[in-house]
Design a protein around this ligand. Structure first.
Ligand code: ADP
Length: 502
């Protein structure tokens, strides 16, 4: 444990960024909330306030949506050439890379994640998403369609489809990968020619604010991106329900996802959702043991378990159960906890007091219901929101720790006897369907299992592999639609059929 270690000094740009109260971006201008209200942002490794941001509410949402509406209806963004839009997106990707260190430090400070992870994963992946989506701007094409029209014999038509931007998009994102989630949302929306009001999470608004500055620097016209900071109920809810918004894209809890659907139902806005998970990670008896242990550990402990796709149900075939569980427990015990900005840190704090209480509640409930913690099982220290990496055994399918998404570094290890229908049924026995993992040297066997898992992503002999080109999203209550890849474009496009008699 290294929770008391001195963090590396902040980059001077980061220091000056957090020392000024932050405003929000509406119609190309940085403004305070209409009410003048602000709220504090906290360092999760100490619980101390580090910055102040604007507390936007319905009045700010109204102005931001009006700006996005004007930028969409009057242009120029949706009517610029695809090549011009693509170049602006590419520039955003370049600017993210040019400011990698500053963004990584902001992310680590605000979210608590290890600085090395922010440098190697969050920031480069965000840049890559913009670069990937930049290429799509010039490749969004409709079809020409030969018609038969039985009631118009001999008539000729020229029929084709146009792919048009859906309009003004409200985007609401969570705190676990703040910059990356902003990139996942903005990339496809902007490349298709939509305009956006993005609300970042109240726990982690800083990197999104800096990203919005970079988007301006890249030349996005006024009103194309409007970025708000504020709370879910007072800022997110009026945004999701706003009558002048055409589509809502949300990433967060399944509980709030259902509220978003209700808010959008009134005027039948299009909705995409990326929600929770309780993903099975299945280790077969012929798996490479070292690879499986490293993979199972990464599946649950990466980002402190604060991943919607975390491999939180670890199914291990009986012959390997002891070795794998022992290996994952050893790995968990060796993880260095500390502030994200300390270069030695391997796992930071949870993001907030609320998450600390939530995860601690699950740990208590597991213990009360008879689950055994082979390591961890409690908070670490009394400063910041640190929770020990935890491996649970002796769990039962009706326990809360087995069924519900914990969103912390807590894995439930479950033995199974045979690779049969029962295993598949147990793996699929969840309301979620976001991701799954399989470890086996027999690839044919692994693929047969993969085909039967009801999950949007299946990793085989790897876990947590993300790429701008690879679609990500959920079956069942894990969501609607896909992020990334060319699948994401369809979330932001309408199809117009044009039919001309010739
Ligand atoms: P978590 O429980 O992990 O904090 P949430 O789903 O509550 O995740 O939050 C994800 C995002 O949804 C945040 O930006 C939050 O402000 C926003 N949010 C929360 N409640 C609502 C709501 N009722 N309507 C719209 N957005 C909301």
């Amino acid at each position: 444990m290294n929770a008391q270690a001195q963090p590396t000094l902040l980059n001077s740009k980061v220091e000056s960024f957090i020392n000024r109260p932050r405003t929000v971006l509406i119609d190309g201008r940085w403004v305070a909330a209409k009410s003048g209200k602000t709220f504090d942002v906290f360092d999760p490794s100490t619980g101390h306030p580090i910055a102040k941001v604007a507390a936007c509410e319905k009045a700010d949402v109204d102005i931001a949506v009006a700006a996005a509406r004007k930028a969409f209806d009057d242009g120029p963004w949706p009517r610029m050439t695809p090549s011009e839009r693509g170049r602006a997106l590419w520039k955003i990707g370049d600017l993210i890379l040019e400011n990698l260190e500053e963004l990584a430090q902001l992310e680590s400070l605000d979210n608590g994640k290890p600085i090395g992870v922010a440098r190697a994963a969050d920031v480069p992946l965000a840049a890559d998403l913009f670069h990937y989506m930049a290429g799509w701007a010039t490749k969004i094409e409709g079809n020409t369609i030969p018609l038969s029209v039985p009631y118009a014999p001999g008539a000729e038509f020229l029929a084709f489809t146009r792919k048009e931007p859906i309009g003004v998009v409200a985007q609401i994102i969570p705190w676990n990968f703040p910059l990356l989630m902003a990139a996942w949302k903005l990339g496809p929306a902007l490349t298709t020619g939509c305009t956006v009001v993005l609300k970042v999470a109240e726990e982690t608004p800083l990197s999104g604010l800096r990203l919005a500055e970079l988007c301006q620097e890249a030349g996005l016209p006024n009103g194309v991106l409007n970025l708000l900071t504020g709370f879910g109920e007072t800022c997110g809810a009026p945004l999701a329900a706003h009558p002048r918004v055409d589509k809502v894209a949300f990433t967060g809890s399944t509980e709030v996802g259902k509220l978003i659907v209700k808010a959008a139902a009134n005027d039948l806005k299009k909705v995409t959702l990326e929600l929770g998970g309780k993903s099975p990670n299945i280790i077969l008896d012929d798996a490479d043991t070292e690879l499986a242990i490293a993979g199972a550990s990464n599946a649950i402990f990466f980002n402190h378990g604060q991943c919607c796709c975390a491999g939180s149900r670890l199914f291990v075939q009986e012959k390997k159960f002891e070795d794998v569980v022992e290996g994952v427990t050893k790995f968990a015990k060796g993880i260095r906890l500390g502030p994200g900005l300390d270069a030695q840190t391997e796992m930071g704090p949870l993001v907030s007091q609320t998450q600390l209480e939530r995860v601690s509640g699950y740990l208590r409930s597991g213990a009360d219901e008879g689950a055994k913690a082979l390591c961890g099982g409690k908070r670490r220290g009394d400063t910041g929101y640190f929770v020990e990496p935890t491996v649970l055994v002796d769990t039962k399918p009706d326990m809360k720790v087995y069924r519900e998404e914990i969103f912390g570094p807590v894995v439930t290890a479950i033995p199974f006897k045979d690779v049969d229908d029962d295993l598949i049924n147990r793996a699929n026995d969840t309301v979620y369907g976001l991701a799954a993992g399989i470890y086996s040297k027999d690839l044919a066997r692994a693929h047969r299992i993969a085909n039967r898992l009801r999950a949007g992503t299946v990793w085989i002999n790897c876990y947590n592999i993300f790429d701008a080109a690879l679609p990500f999203g959920g079956y069942k209550q894990s969501g609607w639609g896909r992020e990334m890849g060319h699948d994401a474009l369809s979330n932001y496009l309408e199809t117009k059929a044009v039919c001309a008699g010739i």
